[in-house]
Design a binder for this molecule. Structure first.
Ligand code: MRU
Length: 352
């Protein structure tokens, strides 16, 4: 399955983006045809396309769309709108900036080439993360032939192009017959775990159990989890990691239970320009999606709501960050005052 791709035009003229409409899963598998920047911004904000790596590719393809479809004097504004469509995932701005730099040198076709290269790098990068993550788990847990791994949100193919990040590690364990089961947090309020991750695991034929988010801590404390694997939306220079709301709570519970907590994300999610988690902008998604789900009320219609879409897990609670190029071992960088690490190339790098 390709979650997102570029479809060239039949004849002369601009192509379009084809993407799975993730808002309709798991009941309906439908694809969207995105032909304008307005449609793309809407798809990003409604989470038809979501997950940091997929947002990066969407952003880059969106620049190609902007250059190919808009009058020259409207392109810059459209590119800026695209870049700001969601603030937390580093990859969206990375994808937009990369394609925009190429567009300024070589126009729409150069922007498209950059977007397609990003798509292909994402596919290869996810495979590399799967292998590296599975290998790291063998080293961390040598006595466990089959693992019970807990995850949150959706970090699978739906969050990237063809394979995912944390879920691709789980897929790899399943393929190697090393997965006892995945424990999938349903991920309130939009249920990316229940709707998307459970759907992907079912398609893989992997054993899993869906749990309500609040069950995770007690299952971990009871010895029911060997490792926690999560994705990331932005990793600051000191290793603090923004990911789906609830991730921080999982990290606290994992630390309490002595369970390894791994972040799996491409290098494009590492933002060395952001010093620490305190500097990461957290998207506020407003009240509606907490007061109701798909039009069915889940709270009084006027309930005051706070709805941060992400939280920040301090580096001190992360065992390691697995990227497409390296494993950053955060346990090796502990200082008495807390962690002081730089997720840069100099840090304990393990090249592919
Ligand atoms: O709001 P979402 O669904 O875009 O949030 C996605 C996540 O938090 C993922 O864990 C993260 O983007 C990594 S996806 C490989």
């Amino acid at each position: 399955m390709r979650t997102i791709d570029w479809v060239p035009a039949d004849g002369p003229g601009p192509g379009h983006i084809r993407m799975v409409d993730q808002t309709r899963l798991p009941d309906t598998f439908a694809e969207l045809r995105i032909s304008t920047v307005d449609q793309l911004v809407d798809a990003i904000q409604r989470l038809s396309v979501r997950g940091a790596p997929a947002l990066g590719v969407a952003g880059a393809m969106g620049v190609a769309l902007a250059v190919q479809t808009l009058p020259t004097d409207e392109v810059r504004t459209a590119v800026d709108r695209l870049r700001a469509a969601r603030p937390t995932a580093a990859n969206l701005a990375v994808g937009v900036d990369l394609a925009w730099a190429q567009a300024q040198r070589g126009g729409g076709s150069a922007a498209l080439d950059a977007a397609l290269a990003m798509r292909d790098e994402d596919i290869a990068g996810c495979r590399a993360m799967a292998a590296r993550g599975a290998e790291l788990l063998s080293r961390l847990l040598p006595d466990r032939p089959r693992l019970r791994v807990l995850t949150i949100c959706n970090t699978g193919a739906l969050a990237a192009v063809e394979h995912g990040t944390a879920l691709s590690v789980i897929e790899r364990l399943h393929g190697e017959d090393r997965l006892d089961r995945a424990l999938v947090c349903e991920t309130r309020p939009l249920l990316q775990g229940a709707r998307l991750t459970a759907w992907e695991l079912s398609r893989m034929g992997a054993r899993y159990e869906l749990i309500v988010d609040s069950a995770a801590a007690s299952i971990m404390a009871g010895g029911g989890v060997d490792a926690v694997l999560v994705g990331a939306d932005r990793i600051a220079a000191n290793g603090d990691t923004a990911n789906k709301i609830g991730t921080f709570a999982l990290a606290l519970a994992a630390a309490h239970a002595g369970v390894p907590f791994l972040v799996v994300a491409p290098e494009t999610t590492v933002d060395t320009a952001t010093a620490s988690g305190a500097d990461i902008e957290i998207e506020d998604r407003g009240a509606d999606e907490v007061r109701a789900f798909r039009g069915v009320p889940t709270a009084p219609a006027d309930a005051p709501v706070r709805n941060p879409a992400f939280d920040v897990t301090p580096a001190a609670l992360i065992t390691a960050i697995v990227t497409d190029r390296r494993v950053v071992d955060l346990t090796a960088h502990q200082t008495p005052a807390g962690r002081s690490v730089n997720v840069g190339p100099s840090l304990n790098e393990e090249e592919a």
